[in-house]
Design a protein around this ligand. Structure first.
Ligand SMILES: Nc1ncnc2c1ncn2[C@@H]1O[C@H](COP(=O)(O)OP(=O)(O)OP(=O)(O)O)[C@@H](O)[C@H]1O
Ligand SMILES: [Mg+2]
Length: 231
């Protein structure tokens, strides 16, 4: 795959230190203790999978990293630093149903990041081709299947040219082949642009095939942190 960012000079500052550090963090909701004593570090340029069954606390952990949630106890360091650009793929995707796939992706357009609309369009077509959805771009979201919606949400997130991508269950509606293709794309961005990826998935068997780090949650507790291939 051609480096679709080669036309733009890269200017990402990465510290040698961590991107995020959670220090003994708890999150309590009214009737639920969602995260318990979580300590973990996300390093620059890392691919980190957050795994666990439904209700284990994956989305809650991602919300801490995005700054959408504050801990009930402990500290989350790194969220406030302003020289990073985070893009998110939400578990509920947050697409506009009455607009086409392409129209949804255009919401990522930022004139400061692209020379012109043609450049954005060319990059979008290239990414859509790689993900096998180029011929579906004119389809309305309300007519799209779950897999296509998920790809649209991912393309929209990547087209904002983030240096951190937080993706919540980005393959929940994808088959194995599409999931692997998606990982290949993110891995490419990771290698070429040092994109840091935090990817939550209930499907540990899928993500443990990919190179990266896994943190595994059970009932809000971190029970494993290490290389994906050792879990
Ligand atoms: N806003 C909230 N108010 C109350 N409880 C919540 C809230 N958000 C999450 N919870 C609870 O916290 C626990 C962890 O939820 P979370 O959504 O983080 O799990 P998850 O691992 O992402 O699950 P899933 O795989 O189903 O997406 C669950 O018991 C959930 O019901
Ligand atoms: Mg979740």
């Amino acid at each position: 795959m051609k480096d679709i960012f080669q036309r733009k000079k890269e200017n990402y500052r990465f510290r040698d230190q961590f991107l995020y550090h959670l220090d003994n963090v708890d999150v309590k909701f009214r009737h639920c203790h969602a995260l318990k004593g979580i300590t973990l570090t996300v390093n620059p340029g890392e691919i980190l999978f957050v795994t666990g069954k439904s209700g284990a606390g994956k989305t809650t952990l991602l919300n801490l990293l995005s700054g959408d949630l504050h801990p009930s106890r402990g500290r989350v360091l790194g969220v406030e630093q302003g020289d990073r650009f985070v893009s998110q793929v939400f578990q509920d995707l947050r697409l506009f149903d009455n607009k086409s796939c392409e129209e949804n992706i255009w919401y990522a357009y930022d004139a400061k990041l692209y020379k012109n609309r043609n450049e954005f369009h060319a990059d979008m077509i290239e990414l859509a081709s790689v993900l096998g959805m180029k011929d579906k771009l004119s389809l309305k979201i309300e007519q799209a299947n779950g897999g296509l919606k998920q790809k649209v949400a991912m393309v929209r997130a990547l087209m904002t040219r983030p240096n951190i991508l937080i993706a919540d269950e980005p393959t929940a509606a994808l088959d194995k082949e599409s999931s692997i293709k998606l990982f290949d794309v993110l891995n490419f961005y990771n290698v070429k642009r040092k994109l840091t990826v935090v990817w939550a998935s209930h499907n540990r068997d899928l993500v443990k095939q990919f190179p990266g780090k896994i943190v595994h949650l059970e009932n809000g507790k971190l029970i494993y942190s290490g290389h994906a291939c050792f879990i």
